[in-house]
Design a protein around this ligand. Sequence first.
Ligand code: GDP
Length: 363
Amino acid sequence: GFNCGIVGLPNVGKSTLFNALTKAGIAAENFPFCTIEPNTGIVPVPDERLDKIAAIVNPQKIVPTAMEFVDIAGLVKGASKGEGLGNQFLMNIRETDAIAHVVRCFDDPNVIHVNGKVDPISDVEIINTELALADLDVCDKALQRLEKRARTGGDKEALAQVVALEKCKPALEEGKMLRQISFTKEDLHALRGFNFLTLKPVMYIANVSEDGFTDNPYLTKLEDYAAKENSIVVPVSAAIEADLASMEPEDRKEFMDSLGISEPGLNRVIRAGYKLLGLQTFFTAGPKEVRAWTVKVGATAPQAAGKIHSDFERGFIRAQTIAYDDFIKYGGENGAKEAGKLRSEGKDYIVQDGDLFEFLFNV
Ligand code: GDP
């Protein structure tokens, strides 16, 4: 699966957020192919389109798609030098596909700030510096190893890696995030195996107080900072989300009404994470089950078929396809078909978000 690692300084609300996310989570036994560590949560991706499709199809079951969040606790200043079990945590981040960086944007005298003062930019920079230093270490070691091979042996792969690494090194020395550097396609290919932390896509989760969604200078500063690196900020109140997650559905509804919100803020976090990972959703719809599935943006129809079963991909013939909007507009498959909106797509078809598929395949 694809996952998003939750990082941030201690005491910023990571665990609170992670626990709220996993309370709404999916039982691990429904996902037999992934081994679940205690710090990993499989979270259903909220998608109102599922209910709209189900209202037409009346299936026995509705199955959302899911993504993983990993709680990476313990990242502190000095982690890249091995402080506070630092290296272990940096290793955990290496294994994630994207980063959700939680930043404290609330005041609360009862919650100690590790540096004694709420300062989102300084907090973010502490973490980002550790990540850049860890990447610099990987970069230096790789250069030492590869330079000779690239120079003497005529090793083309090593040469491409050295070229790309030499672009990384000065940027990292300045404390820049590699995701801010414009690399060529060849560079990115050459860098793939290094799993650089600062090359991963990032979203900042601003943990605000209940009344901190507007007129919050901490939030404004963080938004300015994030805009400079083209990252997004998702404001959320971890405390509210923790309360919501622990409530019965009726109480939850009442509490959300009182806050003037129509869905938990976590839904925004999950959807932002999903997007950050470059994922999109397609649907299958039948009387037994209406189900959402995940593929990478840019995936082909056979790759989508392969998400359901590897035989579907191997024996792929074509995909009977209806766009979500057409399915709803024409009241389901028959209506869409009569309106000429059912397309027969071949193996080169690029999946569009919201496609409803029925796959035809050879066994
Ligand atoms: P972590 O170290 O980043 O995982 O932080 P925790 O989730 O353990 O939170 C640290 C402390 O901050 C706990 O006492 C939480 O109850 C408190 N906390 C977390 N989120 C909020 C919030 O949104 N508002 C307030 N006031 N306190 C919070």
